[in-house]
Each structure stands twice: as C-alpha cells, then as structure tokens.
Design a protein around this ligand. Structure first.
Ligand SMILES: Cc1cc2nc3c(=O)[nH]c(=O)nc-3n(C[C@H](O)[C@H](O)[C@H](O)COP(=O)(O)OP(=O)(O)OC[C@H]3O[C@@H](n4cnc5c(N)ncnc54)[C@H](O)[C@@H]3O)c2cc1C
Length: 309
C-alpha cells in the first residue's frame, strides 16, 4: 500500500529507500500505474514549501523547482532573453501536461524507451542483463555515446538548460549543493541505472539560468505535431565565446555537438554553417532503424545556425 505525506524541509533524511517524492505526478503516476514503481510512501512536494515561479537575478533568472513548464513557456522575460528555454518547454508534451509538469520533475523523469516502460520486459535499465532495444525497436533511441543501454534522455528543457550553462541547487540532509545541469544528468551505469545523479532523498530547490548575451533557439523534430518526445531536438545558444549546440533525442544525456561548434569556429558564413551541420554527426553510430536521425540532426543544426546568424 502507498501512503502520501506532506513534504517538510529535510524530510529527505528520513526518506525510505522505497519512498518517492512527487511533484506534478505526470511521470511518477504513470510509472506506478504501469507497475514500474511501487513506492511504499509518496512525499508530496507541492503540498510543502517547494518554490514556484521565475525571478530575475543579477545575471539571469532563478526558477523554483516547482515551476511548471507552462509558466516557463509563458514567462515574458525568458521568451525575450532565453527563448531556447521557453521554446523547449512549449514543445514538450501537451498543454494539459505542461500545466502540471514541474521543471525539476522534467529533469528527473525516467526513460521513455518502450522496453523500459513495459513491466514484463526485464531490460538492462530495470536491472536486467541486456538491452533488447539494440536488436529490436530502436528507432526512437540513442545514436551516439551508447553504453549498455540505448535510452535517450527524454527532457527537452534539459538540452536548453545545458546550452545555457544552467545550474541546479538541491538540498540533501540540510546541506545545499549546486551543480551544473550537465553534471546532474548522466548516462546510466552498472552502479547507477538512472539518468541523473541526484542523491536519494535530496530535493531540488531551484535552477539558476545565466542570461545569454546572444540569441538562442530550440528546434524539435517529432513524428506527430504534439504529445511526442523529440526524435531529435537542437538547443543553440550564441555566447560571447562562440555557439553552444546541444542535441536531444540522440544520447542518454543532452549531447554537446562540439565538433560542429569547432567546424563553425565563430565564422557565420553559409559555407561554414554547412560545414558545421555536416560535422554535427561525426562519431554517431546509428542502428538500422535509427539512421534517419543523422540527416535530421544535420538539418536542425543548419536551421538553428541560420536562425542565430
Ligand atoms: C504523454 C506525455 C508526453 C510527454 N512529452 C514530453 C516531451 O515531449 N518533452 C519532455 O521534456 N517531457 C515530456 N513529458 C514528460 C513530462 O514533461 C514529465 O513527466 C514532467 O515534466 C515531470 O514533472 P512532474 O512534476 O510531473 O514530475 P513527477 O512525476 O512528480 O516526478 C518525476 C520524478 O522527479 C522527482 N522529483 C520531482 N520534483 C522533485 C524535486 N523538486 N526534488 C527531487 N525530486 C523531484 C520525483 O520523485 C520523480 O522521481 C511527457 C509526459 C507525458 C505523460
């Protein structure tokens, strides 16, 4: 039986191994309904003092962990100053889900691989010994940096936050820790089969997003117009020291397209943009069914760089 309790600061100290926090519930409830999580207790963060809303800081914005994707999508200053983030939020899921889904929950959501989501398939990510997707239905899965599992990171906002250089601050047993979003999110390993490295019982308090001094954009390819995870997404942010390009839908983490950035090398001519787009998929190793993602990455990089030029 699952009990629900209200979040009190530092309750994490006492969070049992088989307990879970819940915020908007759009991922956790789905996992519980699917028989993939059976927590004995659920601690409701929204009933506690979880911070909600976007505030302006000296060098950017602070986003409370309980801020919904819809609030980020509609925030006028973010739309003007960091459109990559508001666009990534706006293109996630559906309006109904974005009204509930929080930014912290979005970063911590579990894999969307259909094998992982099937209770009856003991895939590697659920503690099994092998990844059935590799020789099976892998058209939505990773095409680069593949480990023992070929899941992708499902969050659109994650790529935008990595491209912006955002940090996450979490509370763990009363002490506060700040890490880059890029460090919080990680590929699953034998020791930790999650897509992030938040300590068990820690509660994300807020994110800090530095204000970029150049334009930015998030482009997403889906196989239908709404309610769909990214086949490929590209977050592009122009900074003083160059452009940061981060891809969704290609790896278990937001994937930095460093080779493309190097090929552009700050020269915004059509030839160099074309060279950067072609270089974007260097080192990618798609499966038979996911090969189509390579021209998609190149096309979105080309469009994103054209937008920012
Ligand atoms: C049909 C559908 C389509 C979707 N499409 C997309 C999409 O296209 N792009 C996309 O990015 N996402 C998509 N999503 C995912 C959705 O955005 C996430 O489910 C949502 O953001 C999770 O937020 P939540 O607040 O509901 O999290 P919850 O379900 O409440 O929690 C998720 C996890 O985060 C943990 N958690 C939540 N908040 C905190 C906190 N402050 N501190 C510590 N732990 C915390 C919970 O313990 C749980 O493990 C889709 C979801 C659905 C159902």
């Amino acid at each position: 039986m699952t009990t629900t309790t209200r979040y009190e600061p530092y309750v994490g100290d006492a969070l049992a191994d088989d307990a879970e926090f819940i915020a908007g519930g759009t991922d956790l409830v789905t996992l519980m309904r699917g028989g993939l999580r059976r927590p004995t207790a659920v601690v409701d963060l929204k009933a506690g003092d979880l911070s909600v809303g976007v505030t302006t800081t000296e060098d950017g914005w602070r986003i409370g962990a309980g801020t919904t994707l819809a609030m980020i999508e509609e925030h006028a200053e973010l739309i003007a100053g960091a459109p990559v983030l508001s666009q990534a939020a706006a293109q996630a899921a559906t309006r109904q889900i974005r009204n509930r889904a929080t930014i912290a929950g979005n970063l911590l959501q579990r894999s969307r691989c259909s094998y992982f989501r099937d209770e009856d398939i003991p895939c590697w990510l659920k503690g099994g010994t092998s990844c059935p997707a590799r020789s099976g239905l892998h058209e939505h899965l990773a095409v680069v940096d593949q480990g023992p599992c070929i899941t992708t990171q499902p969050s659109d906002a994650a790529s935008a936050l990595v491209a912006l250089g955002a940090t996450v601050t979490y509370d763990d047993s009363g002490s506060s820790t700040t890490v880059l979003v890029d460090e919080l999110l990680a590929a699953p390993s034998d020791d930790d089969r999650r897509l992030h490295r938040l300590p068990h019982g820690a509660v994300i308090q807020h994110l800090d997003v530095p204000r970029p001094n150049g334009p930015s954009v998030y482009l997403k390819a889906m196989d239908r117009a709404a309610w769909q995870f990214a086949l490929v997404g590209i977050a592009a942010v122009r900074h003083d020291d160059g452009v940061r390009l981060v891809a969704s839908g290609v790896a278990a983490t937001p994937y930095c397209l460093v080779v493309a950035t190097e090929a552009l090398d700050g020269v915004w001519t059509p030839d160099r943009i074309e060279a950067a787009a072609r270089a974007a998929t260097t080192g990618f190793e798609p499966g038979d069914r996911s090969r189509y993602k390579l021209p998609l990455v190149q096309a979105l990089v080309r469009r994103a760089l054209d937008d920012l030029a």
